[in-house]
Design a binder for this molecule. Structure first.
Ligand code: ADP
Ligand code: MG
Length: 336
């Protein structure tokens, strides 16, 4: 199978019911995008490298899902609606079963978000997947609606979606540094290998959140990016972070029960420093609390208020009594 057969068989699909913004897809020298009037294009690129971002034996369908999911997560953090993506693929060999699985996982997620594959590049080489996504965000009355890292204001509340830490727990199990009960690994593994990009939440937070980022490297580390860009500090209530987040999840699920019985320090480390969950971390004015709850409801995404933004630079962790949590957690505090 040659390069062009491979593209035609696995990645070129008959004209697809994407929006009118995709004026020309796969097959020519360039794709053509026609952003709707009054919108900006949001563009993001993420590369997945074997051994670094995924294990060599990972199921190709889950890999196809994740390669796009991590990119859609960036659009979500920006409040952008997905339009289209390109796929640059280096493959050691044209393995048909692998390609079919990869394309299945990729297009299932793409179709769920109405995001069309419009082009790419295919070459022989060590397995490497690079996707660029294009989304659109309106400009209303000359005001940019995109959510940025730099918009947090002192006094704003700090929120996180979902239940971070699950992907990290799965990774530890797969790497053999932790053993998990048989009924706990599969749901956690799905969190690691098939993350849900929070696109609906990101869209619902437009005009509500003051700043946002997706959590790929760990909650505190990514919070550091918001603080740096917004030139302010924050206090995170660790008791809320580890208790309320789980309270939002279905407590009968075995993985939630397992997480909740871990020692507090381990739970904190998972929630605050675990990466790869692709949840949204965002800030919003206190006056927007009802609007944040409405956005969570509208997008069917659990959201927990875990702290607030302050003028004083740095990151402070407090416990249920309001006392500073330090010492053993100092290593998470990269940006203080
Ligand atoms: P060029 O040589 O002009 O860069 P190519 O021959 O590499 O174009 O690709 C031919 C067409 O197939 C282009 O429209 C390109 O965008 C598309 N394409 C190549 N690889 C992929 C891929 N992995 N997925 C989707 N489209 C692809
Ligand atoms: Mg080319």
């Amino acid at each position: 199978m040659g390069e062009f057969d491979l593209i035609a068989r696995f990645f070129q699909r008959p004209a697809h019911p994407a929006g009118p913004q995709v004026a020309l897809g796969v097959g020519d020298d360039c794709a053509l995008l026609q952003p709707a009037p009054g919108t900006q294009l949001a563009i993001s690129c993420d590369m997945l490298v074997e051994g670094r971002h995924f294990l060599p034996d990972v199921d190709p369908a889950t890999l196809g899902h994740k390669a796009l999911a991590v990119n859609l997560s960036d659009l979500a953090a920006c409040g952008a609606r997905p339009l289209a993506f390109t796929l640059a693929l280096a493959l050691p060999a044209a393995n048909e079963a692998w390609l079919a699985g990869f394309a299945r996982g990729l297009f299932a997620l793409a179709d769920a978000h109405g995001c069309e594959l419009i082009g790419g590049d295919t070459t022989q080489g060590p397995l490497n997947i690079c996707i660029t996504v294009f989304g659109e965000v309106p400009v209303v009355n000359g005001k940019r609606q995109a959510l940025l890292r730099s918009g947090a204001q002192p006094g704003d509340d700090l929120y996180v979606s979902g239940m971070p830490g699950q992907a990290r727990l799965a990774l530890e199990a797969l790497q053999g540094t932790r053993s998990l009960p048989a009924d706990v690994l599969p749901p956690l593994r799905a969190r690691l290998e098939m993350p849900t990009p929070r696109v609906a939440l990101g869209l619902a937070l437009r005009g509500v959140a003051s700043a946002a980022i997706d959590v790929s490297d760990g909650l505190l580390g990514d919070l550091g990016h918001i603080l740096q860009a917004s030139a302010c500090g924050a206090t995170v209530d660790t008791a809320i972070a580890i208790n309320s987040i789980a309270a939002d999840a279905d407590s009968t699920r075995p993985e939630v029960q397992f997480l909740m019985q871990l020692p507090v320090e381990q739970r904190l480390a998972l929630v605050l420093a675990g990466g790869d969950d692709y949840e949204l971390l965002f800030t919003a004015p206190v006056a927007a609390r009802a609007a944040v709850q409405a956005a969570a409801l509208a997008s069917a995404t659990p959201v927990t208020r875990i702290g607030h933004i302050e003028t004083a630079q740095g990151l402070r962790l407090i416990d249920a009594q309001g006392q500073p949590v330090s010492g053993r957690f100092a290593s998470f505090d990269h940006f203080a």
